[in-house]
Design a protein around this ligand. Structure first.
Ligand code: HEC
Length: 141
């Protein structure tokens, strides 16, 4: 009887491991962002957000943010401490540059562990700037 129960416990413990592993790497399936209705931007990366204060972009970005970024950066951009609070990200072009760098390439710790996944190849440039428009719309000083 005891060996059987032990085997079940081991199996249960092992079943938990892959989930923990995936979480540690932030490797959760990204949710698609529908950017229909936004002006297409082409291939070349913009230096500045072409959708700043664009209401349609803010609406699309709010949904994209809450589905893809909020689990780390907090719902409504109010961080619970797991990742930086993006409401404080600088407004304007300087904030844009840093935003684009992070959303495209993500972030790693010095030991190489991914702490934020990069979204280049997953989200279009339009989707990224829509999220930026939303984040900037809730900026606090
Ligand atoms: C798995 C958790 C996770 C997810 C998901 C995530 N981030 Fe991050 N993000 C982080 C962490 C952790 C940092 C801090 C990186 C560092 O310290 O260098 C960060 C940093 C940033 C920064 C730089 C902030 C600063 O003040 O320097 C931006 C901008 C950013 N993330 C945007 C986003 C956006 C937009 C999304 C969604 C598309 C997103 N992140 C999804 C964890 C995450």
């Amino acid at each position: 009887m005891i060996p059987t129960r032990f085997a079940i416990l081991v199996a249960a413990a092992l079943a938990v491991v892959p989930a923990a592993h995936v979480f540690a790497h932030g490797d959760v399936t990204p949710q698609p962002i529908d950017t229909a209705g936004l002006e297409p931007l082409g291939e070349e990366w913009r230096k500045e957000n072409p959708y700043r204060e664009n209401p349609k972009a803010i609406e699309i970005g709010a949904s994209g943010y809450n589905q893809n970024c909020a689990r780390c950066h907090g719902l409504e951009v109010i961080s619970g401490g797991l990742a930086p609070d993006l409401r404080y990200l600088e407004k304007g072009e300087q904030g844009d540059t840093w935003f684009l760098e992070r959303i495209r390439h993500g972030a790693k710790k010095s030991d190489g562990t991914t702490i934020m996944p990069g979204f280049e190849g997953t989200f279009s440039q339009e989707a990224m700037w829509a999220i930026r428009a939303y984040v900037e719309s809730v900026h606090v000083d």
